[in-house]
Write a protein that binds this ligand. Sequence first.
Ligand code: GTP
Ligand code: MG
Length: 195
Amino acid sequence: MNVTSSEFKISAVGPAQYPVDGLQEIALAGRSNVGKSSLINRLLRRKNLARTSSVPGKTQHMNYYLINQSFFFVDFPGYGFAKVSKQQREVWGQMIERYMLEREPLKLVLMVVDLRHPPSKDDVMMYEWLTHYDRPICVVTTKADKVPKTRWQKHAKVIKQDLGMRPGDPFVMFSSETDMGKEELWKIIEDHLGE
Ligand code: GTP
Ligand code: MG
């Protein structure tokens, strides 16, 4: 993908704020602090377009980024962050579920998990839920730079098994610190963006 423009468009908390221009959307779901916002920045070669933080819970709304005036990345708040209130977590959960279930322009969900660790219970639930509703998913394992190369395949295998991945779903090992996985992921995104 030749990225010629990328800009923050809007923050949304629910359908009332979703864009109405019908442009296609690629959403990012994953645990808090896993690296969703960093992944967006890396793909776009922007240092700080999507706000990142070493403190979990940085992204609190659905943030829409418009790419090449033609499609959106939708960055979600991370799930499974213990320090936010139970009530807040429920609001986020409902926001994510409702979007994933109903959003017509949604073409692909990037499920971001940490290559260093087996998926959390929340990751497994999210994957099951998305497959139940038949959403196209690409599993992206990030922070690969923190795992020795000799262990990449082993960690990948555990993640695929624990998620119960469907054989047809794409799987990409990624790092926001290097260019690892970037071209492969762009190719998958392009494949899901119809003309
Ligand atoms: P929330 O907005 O809280 O849901 O978090 P997020 O998933 O958007 O995570 P974010 O991109 O803010 O990254 C969290 C932390 O992990 C930051 O300190 C990043 O620098 C770091 N990080 C993200 N991706 C990578 C990666 O591929 N490699 C390494 N080494 N660090 C990463
Ligand atoms: Mg974020």
